[in-house]
Design a protein around this ligand. Sequence first.
Ligand code: PEP
Length: 256
Amino acid sequence: MSYLIAANWKMNKTVGETLEYLDIFLPSIKDLKSVEIMIAPPFTALSSASIKIDAYKRENEVNIKLGAQNMYYVEKGAFTGEISPIMLNELNVDYVIIGHSERRHIFGERDDLINKKMISAVESGLRPILCIGETIEEREQGKTLSVVERQLRNGLSGIEKDLPFIDIAYEPVWAIGTGVNATPEQAQEVHLFVRSLINELSKGNDSKTRILYGGSVNDKNARDLIKEKNVDGFLVGSASLDPEKFYKIITETLEV
Ligand code: PEP
């Protein structure tokens, strides 16, 4: 499977800013076919981004997909402020980020809700990226692998057989938006553990499941991180907001 390099813009960029970004970014990635690129703008910009990307793809060959940063797990109803999988399907969204640490820690999302979202995403034909990762306190207490194991087992409960249609992002909470990335060795240790666990859960049917690393990835550290055997791509926050920096991260992964 090709690497997946995914951009999580979080609560950044208006519709106008999204279109300006794509004007610069889309032509720059025209020749990068061996890597899959995903951009997850805020909900308000998804429709415009989708139209722009589809129009560009009609004329050019680019390997770019659209992602959402979150979703609710039912199709419609009295859930003020939420967005459903069928709304994302209508916009040709391919990926959805589920269980990002900001959803877990700021908005109180727990494993059982995350699991419902994962099931719903898979059933709706969206490819979820399940985010997992420990806090600094958990790491210091030696609980990294047990936290990651709990988040994985709970998040994937009932959909283990669907692992070929799911990607995982290991994002240590202490590395997100802090400028302190996990070292390649720290990432590899957890990725190897995740690989063995999803291998067990999927009964060996996990070869299409990518394990992304996320947490202060930039164009300086991307190459060393991607060299690790079980790092299959990145989920990038801050450094994806600038089209040139994001492009640079992508090309760094191609030169390994
Ligand atoms: C993220 O939010 O998924 C992330 C990895 O952010 P950053 O790259 O800014 O650390």
